[in-house]
Write a protein that binds this ligand. Structure first.
Ligand SMILES: Nc1ncnc2c1ncn2[C@@H]1O[C@H](COP(=O)(O)OP(=O)(O)O)[C@@H](O)[C@H]1O
Ligand SMILES: [Mg+2]
Length: 234
């Protein structure tokens, strides 16, 4: 579904990603874990067309997307749920969700899609008229996910959804990602919460200083000495 080959990019003259290769097959739940500053957000922004690659290629559903505009990439069925939620804070839940349905393909069906999103996040329905900025951190993350689903994506790329949330809410967010995956949505999750991520995803990549240091099934990575020492504190 998604294939990245030899990807390098950065900001100005500073290179952040080095010759990166990564694949996500349809129906998989893949994670990319790494410390703060490793280049995780840069990678997701490059996939969604916000940052242009210096070299390498990104293919989605058999089509090169690294030369496309970000809105055309959303149209193809790839939704980026950004780090820090990036909600329209002075708009209601319902209005934020509608903003996610802007691709022509999905605008007409926005009412039905919103019903589906409300079925996944009942708490959003109860608060549909409430302003986004008045929601708790966990509810804001749910709204960011709901808005990302309004474009009816086939692949969701999601940046640190657990960041800043209380442990109980973090578990809830991971449960929701598991349910989305069961609904048939392919997921590429970026996280610093290595423990919970390796317990949830099928397969993961470990990003260190802009390079893939290690990859494999989550079972394999949980047992790797390097992962245990560097990320799990064991
Ligand atoms: N807009 C930017 N301009 C310049 N450098 C940036 C910018 N955004 C991120 N960086 C740098 O790129 C590197 C990787 O950052 P980032 O992709 O945000 O990492 P992560 O998401 O893994 O924490 C860091 O060294 C960071 O300082
Ligand atoms: Mg980041």
């Amino acid at each position: 579904m998604l294939e990245i080959e030899g990807l390098s990019t950065g900001y100005g003259r500073v290179q952040v990603l080095w010759d990166l290769c990564l694949k996500v097959e349809e129906g998989e739940f893949v994670a990319l874990v790494g410390a703060n500053g490793a280049g995780k957000t840069t990678l997701l922004k490059t996939i969604s067309g916000v940052i242009k690659p210096w070299s390498g290629s990104i293919t989605f559903l058999g089509k090169r997307i690294d030369t496309l505009h970000a809105n055309d990439i959303v149209d193809l069925g790839l939704s980026h749920i950004p780090e820090g939620r990036k909600l329209f804070t002075d708009m209601s839940i319902k209005e934020n969700l509608e903003m996610g349905a802007y691709p022509k393909r999905t605008w007409k069906e926005r009412r039905e899609t919103m019903k589906w999103v409300f079925s996944l996040f009942p708490r959003l329905e109860e608060r549909a008229g409430q302003l986004a900025r008045t929601l708790s951190g966990g509810e804001q993350q749910m709204l960011a996910m709901g808005r990302g689903l309004m474009s009816k994506p086939r692949l969701v790329i999601i940046d640190e959804p657990s960041n800043g949330l209380a442990p109980r809410v973090v578990s809830e967010v991971f449960d929701i990602l598991g349910s989305l995956h069961k609904e048939g949505i392919t997921i590429l999750l970026v996280e610093q919460n290595v423990r919970q991520t390796l317990a949830t995803a099928d397969r993961a990549y470990v990003l260190e200083n802009g390079r893939i240091a290690l990859q494999g099934s989550c079972t394999f990575l949980r047992e790797s000495d390097h992962v245990r020492k560097a990320y799990l504190g064991l």
